[in-house]
Ligand binder design. Sequence first.
Ligand code: SF4
Ligand code: SF4
Length: 202
Amino acid sequence: MRINSQARLACKTKVKALAADGEEIVVEPMGNMPVVRDLVTDMGPFWQKVRAVEPWLQPEGPPPEREYLVPHEVMRSLADIAACIMCGACVSDCTVLETELGLEKPSEQTFLGPAALAKGYRFVGDPRDGAHADRLLALSRAEGIWDCTRCNICVEVCPKGVAPMEQILALRRKAIDQGYDEYLGARHTLEFEKTVRETSWL
Ligand code: SF4
Ligand code: SF4
């Protein structure tokens, strides 16, 4: 829910912490999702976007004779993302999604959003997955990683330390390394870097 204008887990938010002196507390439904009734929102669009990043392993070639071996440090780097509980808090407060609310139908909201993109990195960063190039290409297109404005809100509201914006930035670096640099955001980033290197001007 949105409590005092910020997405929070209602099951963990203590009244005492917000209203120690009896201040008024405002409770609203989550943002950026159609409201069904009262505090109930339709998370259908949320799940559609998560499904759109194909959140399952797509290994290349036949499976190994025994188990897949993954370096411990790699799995540790993915552990924070895997901790996502799909609460939707980051989506609720994402500023880019909020700008899309002006669209005639909420279902036309297009930006994949922080939760789905963080989930996307979960698989791009997994060495067992064989679809990295395809995933990065799909996520580079419109409505994907380059639509984030890096406002950091999703990092602030996530109750599990997933830091979705950091995962989006990691996806951008991987997409450019993969050669997917023709997209507007990628071109802007590369030109910006070039200008700084050549002129020292920001
Ligand atoms: S950092 Fe990007 S994904 Fe996160 S809330 Fe801001 S615009 Fe949305
Ligand atoms: S990334 Fe964080 S805020 Fe977003 S759905 Fe997952 S746990 Fe919730």
